[in-house]
Design a protein. Structure first.
Length: 421
């Protein structure tokens, strides 16, 4: 088994819920097209809004009818950050494997990358969650991938729309006779994981509405097309989808650029698990992600903070070995797009897998045992290890559940309920 560019590794000190689940998994690539969408790249002030059929490429991971110790696991040919260099990632999923149809339907998890990014940027989460009994779908957002990056306005408008369309497509495939997803997708229990601009879209999906200021930016979405996501608008409210039961916004963008305010964030009403680095120089922390968390007052919410980490906390896969070398197409080494100067990426991936498993297990599967992994003291370093000889906790034990002794340093988890400020 090659260890080059693997997305499925676990460190020896990984927290308990990071481990892969019992299911072997398959993976397939789907091409879908959202009809009659506004072509944001061709919008002109004072002109009729141009329309097109918006193409989207999806990577779909699912529990498969395979022996767990499959001899040949899958690989993925992907672009690096420069949009030119192609590399190969290796994981656990078997391409085009037969789905597991004897275990009922599985909750759906949608994954939305940053700007730019691609559907493999968080493939470690896609595979990991699929082994635990989820169908996970990662979206290549048109105009926002490494090899088709275009004007930012398209990303601002389309993130929420892409998610809504893909959710509807998954619901359709779940009942379409002969489709490989027929009978195995429970889209009524859907989670959404988004990183950076994907996190921005996740906040909108959770009910957050953008500001009037952001709608009017001349560098944003032309002709006020972003108004469909504005707080208080009928169209924004109509986009709320009761099938989405939980969101995980990782480093969600926009607060420091006045896309969010207290009024708009009061609309967030879906349980939300925020993740962020305390030194995020892109989305901001105190005046960025933490402020979004604090002002989402009508939702059950969590904020997991990686102390001293930057914008790349938790979400990106470990930098492929080819990314360690300079690219003639970038003015920085591609490694910087994936890595953090303080935290090991694999370590952060394992922690993200652990908490995503707990949070989604609670809200999509109704697993009450997951509360013990979420109801923690705020600062992990203040936790006290007090155990009996058999490992059971003594009175006074307050260390984070699921973490080996001393391995939660640098982490904090804040939790607030609806109405709690």
């Amino acid at each position: 088994m090659t260890l080059v560019n693997r997305i499925d590794q676990l460190r020896p000190d990984a927290p308990a819920l990071a481990a892969h689940g019992p299911h072997a998994i398959g993976v397939r690539t789907l091409e879908v097209s959202n009809p009659n969408q506004i072509d944001i790249l061709r919008v002109l002030e004072g002109q009729p809004l141009p329309r097109y059929d918006r193409p989207l490429t999806l990577e779909v991971w699912y529990p498969a009818a395979l022996e767990e110790d499959v001899a040949q696991w899958g690989s993925y040919d992907v672009f690096l950050r420069d949009g030119k260099t192609e590399v190969t990632l290796h994981g656990k999923a078997v391409r085009d494997a037969e789905p597991l149809t004897t275990a009922g339907s599985f909750p759906l998890v949608l994954i939305s990358h940053g700007y730019p990014g691609n559907r493999f940027l968080m493939s470690h989460l896609g595979e990991n969650l699929a082994t635990k009994g989820y169908v996970t779908v990662s979206i290549d957002h048109t105009d926002s991938t490494y090899n088709d990056k275009a004007a930012f306005g398209s990303t601002l408008v389309n993130r929420r729309l892409d998610v809504a369309f893909v959710l509807s497509e998954m619901s359709r495939f779940a009942i379409e006779e002969g489709h490989f997803l027929a009978g195995i997708v429970d889209s009524s229990n859907t989670g959404l994981i988004g990183y950076s601009m994907g996190g921005y879209g996740a906040v909108i999906a959770a009910g957050g509405g953008v500001t009037e200021t952001s709608v009017g930016y001349d560098w944003g979405a032309a002709a006020r097309t972003l108004a469909m996501h504005q707080a208080g608008s009928e169209r924004h409210e109509a986009q709320m989808d009761p099938r989405i039961k939980a969101v995980i916004p990782i480093a969600p963008w926009g607060m420091t650029r006045d896309f969010w305010d207290a009024e708009g964030l009061a609309g967030v009403r879906i349980p939300s698990f925020f993740m962020a680095g305390s030194q995020d120089g892109v989305s901001g922390y105190e005046d960025g992600v933490r402020a979004i968390f604090e002002q989402s007052v009508n939702a059950e919410r969590y904020l997991l903070t990686f102390d001293h980490a930057g914008h790349n906390a938790a979400a990106p896969i470990p930098a492929p070995v080819e990314a360690w070398k300079p690219s003639p197409h970038l003015d920085f080494v591609p490694f910087e797009h994936y890595a953090d100067p303080v935290w090991d990426t694999l370590r952060m991936n394992n922690i993200a897998q652990h908490f995503a498993t707990a949070f989604l297990g609670k809200h999509l599967k109704g697993d009450a045992s997951m509360d013990a992994y979420l109801d923690l003291i705020e600062n992990a370093e203040e936790g006290i290890e007090a155990r009996n000889d058999d490992g059971t906790p003594k009175a006074g034990h307050s260390a984070w559940k699921g973490f080996q002794e001393g391995t939660a340093k640098g982490l904090s988890l804040q939790r607030k309920g609806p109405g709690e400020r």
